[in-house]
Ligand binder design. Structure first.
Ligand code: ACO
Length: 284
């Protein structure tokens, strides 16, 4: 399948991974309205592409994302309420809906500056891996606004209250190592290992049964705002959904491989999906 070409985003496919670049390196990948429209359009394409099993979102050049474009997204739309609305809706939709609800695993690979509004897409990805040298910062407090959109919300959903308060109110920057320490990202690696470690995580995720993985990632995100009764009911429904959608018969084949074949231990890796497919065919 061929993905369209866009002015401010770029997609490359490599061994089942879709590399999605914010692509304005000369502006440190600051998000202008066009980038929001481009992202809003490209994400459904990627989601529907059978050649892509996982997505890695990163920035072209030295930065991950320098936040909203202060010239084009803010000042440029100051006298244009309809333009602001269109850009604002696309800005929220591609990140808080499309990315957060994506049906394939998503990893933010934070290669450099991740500032202000750039936090949103980093936090809306399922996982985030940073370079030790990356620089994170909530600069909003330093120029007269607060971390809006849903930045403050996603931040407090992710971090301990004390850390969220501290970094939002001081605007102090933190590097990748510190980001990993406080749980803003999963892991941090020296820049020269960033790509290989991010790809290793993507590969590990792609080896899983995709229906089980999809239901699990949606569930982990969804239950955070539910009470126990709601979560219990939701998780039961998600479990039923897996049984309905899973053509590999992961549950029965996993148990067979552990109990009967004694060929794997679920604690240490995924069951053998190739073997499961052969067993399913033999049983038909
Ligand atoms: N909006 C518009 N243009 C930007 C932005 C931005 N957010 N960030 C960088 N640029 C532009 C610069 O104006 C410059 O353009 P020019 O070459 O036409 O002068 C170019 O990108 C390169 O920027 P430099 O500052 O020269 O790059 P440097 O690597 O030295 O610094 C840094 C990078 C630290 C990210 C710096 O550009 C910066 O502080 N940017 C502002 C970050 C910010 O506060 N973003 C808004 C957050 S709030 C929100 O998103 C809601």
């Amino acid at each position: 399948m061929t993905i369209g070409t866009y002015r401010t985003v770029k997609v490359e496919k490599e061994d089942g991974i879709g590399w999605l670049y914010m692509n304005r390196p000369e502006k440190r990948n600051a998000m202008n309205p066009q980038m929001h429209f481009d992202m809003d359009a490209v994400l459904p394409e990627i989601e529907g592409d059978p050649e892509i099993g996982a997505v890695i979102l990163t920035g072209a050049g030295e930065a991950f994302c320098a936040g909203q474009d202060l010239r084009e997204y803010f000042r440029g739309l100051d006298g244009d309420p309809m333009g602001r609305r269109r850009a604002g809706e696309a800005s929220e939709r591609w990140r808080n809906r499309r990315l957060a609800g994506f049906n394939k695993p998503t990893i933010a690979m934070v290669n450099g500056y991740c500032i202000g509004g750039g936090f949103t897409q980093m936090l809306c990805c399922d996982f985030a891996i940073a370079a030790d040298e990356a620089v994170f910062g909530l600069s909003e407090v330093n120029w007269g606004i607060l971390p809006g959109g849903l930045v403050s919300k996603k931040l407090t959903d992710t971090l301990l209250f004390r850390h969220a308060m501290y970094y939002a109110c001081t605007g102090r920057t933190l590097d990748g190592k510190r980001a990993a320490e406080i749980g803003l990202v999963n892991e941090s690696y020296p820049r020269d290992r960033l790509k290989e470690e991010t790809v290793a995580l993507a590969r590990e995720l792609m080896e899983k049964n995709q229906e089980v993985l999809r239901a699990t990632k949606h569930a982990i995100r969804a239950v955070r705002t539910m009470n126990d009764d709601q979560a219990f009911d939701y998780l039961a429904a998600k479990g039923a959904e897996i049984k309905q959608r899973d053509r590999e018969n992961a549950y029965a084949n996993g148990i067979k491989q552990f109990l009967d074949d004694k060929s794997y231990k679920p604690t240490f890796g995924a069951y053998d999906r190739e073997q499961a497919i052969r067993d399913n065919q033999a049983a038909e």
